[in-house]
Design a protein around this ligand. Sequence first.
Ligand SMILES: [Zn+2]
Ligand SMILES: [Zn+2]
Length: 441
Amino acid sequence: MDQNYTAAALIGRGEFACACGKIHKASVKYALTQKNAANELAACVRRFGGTKAFVLADENTLAAAGEAALANLKENNIGYTLCLYPGKRMEPDERTVGRAALYYTGDCDIIITVGSGVLNDTGKIIAGMKNLPYICLATAPSMDGYASSTSSVIRDRLKVSVNSRCPDAVLADPAVLAAAPKRMLLAGLGDMLAKYVSVCEWRIGHIVTGEYYCEEVAKAVRAALKACMDGALGLLKKDETAAAAVMDGLIVSGVAADWAGVSRPVSGTEHYFSHIWDMRAAAMGTSCDLHGIQCAIGTLKTLKGYGVLKRLLKEGYTPEAFDKAAWLKELAAYMGSAGETMLKNAETCDLYNPEKQRARQKNVRERLPEIMEIIETELPAYDEIYALLQTLGAPLGPEDIGIPESETAVCFKATKDIRDKYILSSLAYDLGCLNRIAAEI
Ligand SMILES: [Zn+2]
Ligand SMILES: [Zn+2]
């Protein structure tokens, strides 16, 4: 692992002026992944001025690390109120956040989550609402929300991202991480695999739309991803070093997004596949899975898509016409009530602005060799990632998580309509080969 780019090293850099012109600073102030991390909890509470903690956990995370955490608080005379969730799968909705709000007692001055995913998102929301410091004792390296200041929730059956508080500290014990359910470990790896695509698309976006880009941020993400890939097969044996590398990568991802001020370095087309599946599931009850599991499938689809694009550009093709009205009809039918924002976005977004499209197309034409070079250097081979995920026993396609493969084409085309982020589907749209790629992935 490149020691200059671990989570602790990045956080240790504090606030600094970067060559990209931005002042970079991470919201997360402390990250510690070490054996028996729960024993550091009371010291961490004191570090952030806490005297009584409001602790969120579910039955599984309580057993995994919560008991040790509460014992450590008790031994050190730090009181707490526990908000315990029953062991079933939690949804990040009004009910979950409401439970925390109702259990909260006014004398608590610090929020602690023992868990990951939905629990962490809930802890971040409560800490944000109460404006209190927040510590996450992570139990699984399953998603990259550990160091971010937004929470992904379902509100009125719509998946939305709400502002919340970034954890001030993230603690984790490699033994606890490695003992997490295999699917959660795979999800964490999936959320990291996504970074191949996100860094690649960020660079392409920089060329085509002139958007901000920082090589130092990209370097941090690449280093974290490499450490995860080096140990990936170790996840099969629930290797602690491998699990810790994924955890570190997920925190680095949060810091990278924070430094950049945008989610560009950590989320691209693959995240939009996942986002669409989540939105449809919330609105229509269709199938969905853990964020990172979906990201892994989305990464495979996206890598395949870039493969098709490379072939088309090499062999040549006749650019297709795009019927916007027909597409928006198809989009509305596919997304149902979850598609309202996307349809509204289509009225004003840069993607469908003819003048802006002409400017983008000019850039794409002039700098195509550079774009191809970026794709070539940033992206791994589809077969390599497919084989890795297959060896690990991870879901490999939408069908494996209950989503019909026949919907992949429309889902891919819809990824460009979520918001103004220049990704593979936007590039394919500008190049007039969107439908061709959609049909082949
Ligand atoms: Zn920078
Ligand atoms: Zn993610």
